[in-house]
Design a protein around this ligand. Structure first.
Ligand code: GDP
Ligand code: MG
Length: 177
């Protein structure tokens, strides 16, 4: 049971990964609390936030984990990935390097996480279209090749944040049902 008397049918752990400053914490804050901050401090300590939503008449508690400022390659521990059924792999569309590092994150994810984990590639900060450094097509092609879902988001103006989480949560829901 969750807050109040609400019955919880499922709890799904989802992990956020990707380079520092791509917007992981703000994506989470937007999804869990509908808040955004332009001067967010680097995340301290392992943290997760939850939000309960209804999928096909069942209540699903999404437990979303955010990295503890451990974004250096290989610094995220295996405990972080343990039990995760979904992963959001985030880059910043204005920083090419954050996209170039995605294969490393994917490799790390695949070596630590369950092999059936549902993964979505997310290009964040599309409100900064005039500073775009990663063409949508490049990311779409990569996602297709690797069998990942793909969306571009903005935590600042909310574009696709809800859709990105719903995409993985619904897919996970369909796998367990
Ligand atoms: P993290 O290190 O990946 O957790 O990144 P943060 O969530 O801390 O965000 C890093 C910086 O990018 C902060 O200054 C955020 O306010 C900013 N930011 C995050 N998401 C967006 C977005 O969608 N658009 C814009 N313009 N800035 C964003
Ligand atoms: Mg953070």
């Amino acid at each position: 049971y969750g807050d109040g008397n609400q019955k919880i049918d499922y709890v799904f752990k989802v992990v956020l990964i990707g380079d520092s400053a791509v917007g992981k914490s703000q994506i989470l804050s937007r999804f869990a609390r509908n808040e955004f901050s332009l001067d967010s401090k680097a995340t301290i300590g392992v943290e997760f936030q939850t939000r309960t939503l209804v999928i096909q008449h069942k209540s699903v508690k999404a437990q979303i984990w955010d990295t503890a400022g451990q974004e250096r390659y290989r610094a995220v521990t295996s405990a972080y990935y343990r039990g995760a059924v979904g992963a959001m792999l985030v880059y910043d569309i204005t920083r090419r390097q954050s996209f170039d590092h995605i294969p490393r994150w994917l490799e790390e994810l695949r070596s630590h996480a369950d092999k059936n984990i549902v993964i979505i590639l997310v290009g964040n900060k599309i409100d900064l279209e005039n500073q775009r450094a990663v063409p949508t097509e490049d990311a779409k092609e990569f996602a297709q090749k690797e069998g990942l879902f793909f969306l571009e988001t903005s935590a600042l103006d909310s574009t696709n944040v809800e859709s990105a989480f719903l995409t993985i949560l619904t897919e996970i829901f369909n796998i367990v049902n």
